[in-house]
Ligand binder design. Structure first.
Ligand SMILES: [Ca+2]
Length: 294
């Protein structure tokens, strides 16, 4: 119980730090979300007139980023990720102690090259998700289940922490703004739970970006009585009514594509050995399981 409380607080602190860091950055998602009214195209929108013609009814709180058509890529992404895991397996598994339970590939930023998605063992009801992208031929950690030390954070690292249980939790949605992957990240214990809707986008250099769209945290006592709550929309504090209204509108504006990303877990039928290169075995199986989004 006490440990869970501590874990919950650590998690919350991490999220608060993450949200604070994102708000302080000059990232396109933060600035667009803060300033763009629904009828105002964001500065980075590729075609302002096209955006004006298809004004969304929701996204005062979602950056108005039109997802460009993916450019066909010919890089050997499977080979690049495999070489990276081969070279860094021990360090990664020490960071994610006691290691990883799942591996898969999802093209979260829709640039034609899938990102590597690893699940760790997690600390509570959900598992931490680690995301890696290829930048100029080199693998970079974009997000991790535990916040990495500053010295290990590359220039593309996001301190947003994702907790999930399945590859299918990464959901490709369609809207008048284009296609985007989202995830309902979350975790909980006896005395708290949180949910965070995170949107995946593409930043400079075609690198995966993460944006906190809507966040809900509820702390309760063991009788189920709510002790405290916190809500944010695009990292800005909001009240429960605004949060609920946003989530309702989101369901109207964004349509689930039905695409289910594939990946493998260590407890699957393939019986991956947890030691003895189990991670590399999972990686190979994940390469074979990968199905690009339609
Ligand atoms: Ca990608």
């Amino acid at each position: 119980m006490y440990m869970r409380k501590i874990l919950g607080l650590v998690l919350l602190c991490s999220l608060l730090l993450a949200l604070g860091a994102c708000a302080g950055q000059a990232a396109p998602s933060a600035t667009a979300a803060e300033t763009a009214a629904p009828s105002t195209p964001a500065a980075e929108t590729a075609d302002p007139e096209a955006s004006l013609q298809s004004v969304p009814s929701t996204p005062a709180t979602i950056s108005d980023l039109v997802t460009p058509t993916p450019t066909p890529e010919t890089i050997d992404w499977a080979g690049i990720y495999t070489a990276y895991i081969t070279d860094n397996q021990e360090q990664l598994e020490n960071l994610a102690y006691p290691g990883f339970t799942g591996a898969g590939f999802i093209d979260l930023d829709l640039d034609g090259v899938p990102e590597l998605v690893l699940f760790d063992t997690g600390a509570s009801a959900a598992m931490g998700v680690w995301l890696f992208d290829i930048v100029d031929g080199t693998v970079q950690c974009i997000s991790s289940g535990v916040t990495l030390e500053d010295s290990l954070q590359g220039p593309w690292y996001s301190t947003l922490v994702i907790n999930a249980g399945y590859f299918e939790d990464f959901m490709l949605y369609r809207s008048t703004l284009g296609d985007s992957f989202f995830i309902n990240s979350g975790n909980g214990a006896e005395d708290f739970y949180y949910r965070e809707l995170i949107r995946f986008g593409r930043g400079d250099n075609d690198v995966l970006t993460l944006e906190s769209v809507a966040f809900q945290y509820v702390e309760n006592d063991l009788d189920g009585n709510v002790i405290s709550t916190r809500y944010t929309l695009s990292g800005q504090d909001a009240d429960e009514a605004a949060y609920n209204a946003f989530m309702e509108q989101f369901q109207e504006d964004y349509v689930y594509s039905g695409y289910e990303p594939a990946g493998v877990f260590i407890w699957g039928e393939d019986q991956f050995a947890p030691e003895n290169d189990g991670l590399l075995q999972m990686l190979q199986a994940a390469v074979e399981a990968y199905v690009p989004a339609p």
